[in-house]
Every structure is written in C-alpha cells, then in structure tokens.
Design a protein around this ligand. Structure first.
Ligand SMILES: Cc1cc2nc3c(=O)[nH]c(=O)nc-3n(C[C@H](O)[C@H](O)[C@H](O)COP(=O)(O)OP(=O)(O)OC[C@H]3O[C@@H](n4cnc5c(N)ncnc54)[C@H](O)[C@@H]3O)c2cc1C
Length: 413
C-alpha cells in the first residue's frame, strides 16, 4: 500500500480541507506541519518549486495541492493510486449506492454558511436533505482566520465555526456529501441534479454556491500561482518570512489579510486603484496603525514578474499619471472581489446583469421549487450572517413548496 504525506501549516483552511477529504474517506496520512520550521518550508519549496500549502505526496510522487487531491478523490483515482481498492475499501461511488438515481426531498448545492443554514432548517422540517459541498467545505470562510462579526460568535476561529456549521446540520439529519454538482435540469420535475459521482432527482433544490475570488487577470498571475501569487494569506504567509509583499485590493478582506501578513513580512504594500478604501472603519484604523503596512494609492498591478521560478516584481501603473514602475517584491496577495458561482445554471435560472441569481422575497428563483441563498444572489451585503439568514429563509420556502406539492398542511397555515 502506498503512503500519503501532506505538508501543512497552522491556520490553513485549504490544508484542513485536504485533511477532511482524506478523513471522510478513511485514508491514513502523515502530516508534516511546516509552521515554525524553516528547514521543512525550504524542503517543500525545493521539492515542488511551490510557495504554498498544502502539498501532497503519494510515496515520492508529488500529486499537488488540495484541488488536485479533490479531483483525484472525486474521480475515484485516489484509492487507485494508494492501492486501496480491492482491499475492502469502497470508492465513494460505491458508498453512494452505485449508479441508481437517488430521489430526495431537498438537495442543497453548496457547503458554505447559506447551505448549512438551509440544512439545519430543512432537516428540522424532517425533509432529510442532502447537502453537496462542492470543493470548498465551509465556503469562503475557509479562506479566513477569524470570524469577528457573526452575532454570538466573538473571536471565533473560522475553522471552528465551519465545523460547528457541519455538526449542527448533521445532528438534525442533513446528509453531507463531498461531491460537485456538474449538471442540473430544472425544466423537469422532480428536478434533475448530476454530480461527479451520482445522479439525483429532487422535489426542491436550494442553490447556495456562493462566490469565488476574482482574479486580477494580468500577465504572470497564472504562471506564478503558488510561486508567489496567492489568494490566501493565512495559508501561504509563512513562506514570506522577512520578505516584501503586495496586497491588491481595498476592502475588508484585503486589509484583514494584509494585517495578518505583517506577522511574517518585513513590509506589506496595499495597492489600491482608488484614493480611498472600501473597507470598514475598524479595519481601516487597524491597518493605518500598523507600521509594516504602507499604501500605494491610485495604482493598479499591470503585470506580475518573476525569474522563471518565483515572483520578484510587479509592474505598477498610477491611474492618474499613467506613470509605470517595476516594484521589487517577493509575493502578491490578491483580494479584489468575487464572482458568483452561477455558470452551472446559465440558461436555466434568471441572472442579473452581473450574473448573480435573481430571487424574490421568499428566496425563490424564476423556477418554482428552486431557491437560492447567500452570496450567489447577494452582491450587496456578502456576509456570513446574511448568507445564513437567506439559507434559513430558502429552507422555509422549500418546506412550504413541498407541503403544497403534496397537498399537506404547512406549519403556520
Ligand atoms: C477572506 C474572506 C474573509 C471573510 N470574512 C468574513 C467575516 O469575518 N465575516 C463575515 O460575515 N463574512 C466574511 N466573509 C464573507 C463570507 O465568507 C461570505 O459572505 C459567506 O461565506 C457566503 O456564504 P455562502 O454560503 O453564500 O457562499 P460560500 O461561502 O461562497 O460557499 C459556497 C459553497 O458552494 C460550494 N459550491 C460551489 N459550486 C458548487 C458546485 N458546482 N457543486 C456543489 N457545491 C458547490 C462551494 O464548495 C462552497 O461550499 C469573508 C470572505 C472572505 C473571502
């Protein structure tokens, strides 16, 4: 049997995600935490050329990061590579009852705050919901360290909050599957939902697919991804001990992550295209007070440059004067907003002009029985608390829809 080894660090949600994938499949692994261990950090960089974690090996073969692991798991190839098949272990497809189309009352697409809130409410309504997590269990909160503004949760680590979301939903009867929806057909009822591993029919579907970090889309960004370009400070900050970093963006996420990076970096330059920040006052005050943070105003990153191996500079342009400069830098952390994860529903569900799903006051979409909640429809508030509230509302609406469908009475009627 082959051995799986995973390099991680503290406060790395993507490392936690990789470990959860392995644990949910009963796969044993050796964890090598590089936090506070510069020799091990240098070793991983030498072995892979990468400056991010997690990095995963099967025996001596580097298989990549958590995304690569998720893909291997979802395609059933992970067990094959580990030579686990045939030794009594089951692929997830087998665990999920093979090829038969499974019929459910409610399918919740998305394992973020909105999805789990919908799970709590639909399971308490005895609808035995199925929640399909996608590749980011916990959603966007898995990209951050602390959750400071969710009422009732003060100074809570995001990773604990995510575990709580899942445990609470499961306790009431939500079935959580680590899988990815690849196709839907809402033109028939029950609605059709296909994942990497299975096909389903559902009386009601709640879409909670949230949003993903927006890329800068400049030359060098893709080439140096994981080699100095990052979208997660808590995961990758440790690789930049005493180095100079750029954070791109002017919102809460940019400042929060920038402040976190000052634990490691010698200097953090926040590059913002305007002369004012969008971030909340409290975040602005914290950033302005931090000696290691400097601001480069009215400026955009035009190109990320490197030596072939890793980032060594960024081409900056002042938007007022058009003046350009090559800024020597070791890493670029990008927090420039989000795009809704709605591609899957294009042509079926009504979108607004920014590709967010349009919902009514009951979280209903243009298709009766299909509801949406969270950042997938909300481009104004985009908070965990508002996503959770919308998830609960969508669940109550789904419960009512199914009760009416089955000619049953509905609580409150
Ligand atoms: C760095 C950072 C820090 C933040 N800090 C805070 C904070 O302190 N407080 C706060 O209130 N908010 C914070 N937010 C915002 C908050 O995280 C979001 O508003 C919230 O996560 C939205 O929840 P959601 O469930 O709508 O979507 P998401 O959290 O985006 O979750 C979407 C889910 O859908 C799944 N998915 C996507 N596509 C598919 C598919 N095809 N099949 C199955 N599943 C799929 C994903 O895997 C994921 O599980 C922060 C955001 C970021 C990026």
């Amino acid at each position: 049997m082959a051995k799986l080894k995973i390099y991680t660090t503290d406060f790395c949600s993507w490392c936690d995600r990789a470990k959860r994938i392995l644990e949910s499949r009963g796969i044993e692994y050796e964890e090598l935490n590089i936090h506070g261990n510069p020799a091990m950090r240098d070793e991983i960089e030498a072995l892979t050329g990468r400056r991010d974690v997690p990095q995963i090996f099967i025996d001596d073969q580097h298989i990549g990061d958590d995304d690569d692991l998720a893909e291997l798991a979802q395609t059933g190839n992970l067990e094959k590579m580990l030579q686990l098949e045939g030794e009594g272990s089951m692929s997830t497809t087998e665990k999920n009852n093979g090829d038969a189309i499974e019929e459910r009352n409610v399918i919740i697409i998305g394992g973020g705050t909105a999805g789990f809130a919908a799970g709590v409410y639909t399971s308490r309504a005895m609808l035995e919901p199925l929640l399909i997590t996608g590749d980011a269990l916990g959603g966007q909160l898995s990209l951050t360290l602390d959750l400071e503004n969710y009422p009732g949760f003060f100074g809570t680590e995001a990773v604990d909050f995510i575990q709580g979301l899942q445990q609470q939903a499961e306790r009431f009867g939500t079935e959580v599957r680590f899988d990815m929806v690849t196709e839907v057909d809402f033109n028939r009822h029950p609605f059709y939902v296909k994942t990497y591993e299975k096909e389903y029919l559902a009386k009601s579907v709640i879409i909670c697919t949230g949003a993903s970090p927006r890329m800068l889309e400049v030359p060098g960004e893709e080439e140096f991804g994981g080699r100095g370009v990052s979208y997660c400070a808590t995961c990758d900050g440790f690789f930049f001990q005493n180095q100079r970093l750029i954070v791109v963006g002017g919102g809460d996420a940019a400042l929060e992550e920038g402040i976190f990076l000052t634990k490691f970096a010698s200097e953090v330059f926040v590059v913002h295209r305007r002369d004012q920040l969008r971030a909340s006052q409290i975040m602005q005050e914290r950033a302005f007070k931090n000696d290691k943070i400097k601001f480069i105003w009215n400026t955009v990153v035009e190109e990320i440059q490197g030596d072939g191996e890793k980032v060594n500079g960024a081409l900056l342009r002042n938007v007022d004067t058009d003046e350009k400069q090559v800024f020597p830098i070791d890493g670029v952390f990008i927090f420039v907003g989000h795009i809704p994860n709605t591609e899957l529903f294009k042509g079926t569900i009504e979108f607004d002009d920014q590709d967010y799903i349009v919902v009514d006051k009951l979280q209903g979409t243009n298709i009766p029985g299909v509801f949406a909640a969270g950042d997938v429809h909300d481009h104004i508030f985009r908070q965990a608390i508002t996503a959770g509230g919308a998830g609960a509302a969508a669940a109550i609406s789904a419960e009512k829809f199914i009760a009416e469908l089955e000619n049953r009475s509905y609580p409150g009627q």
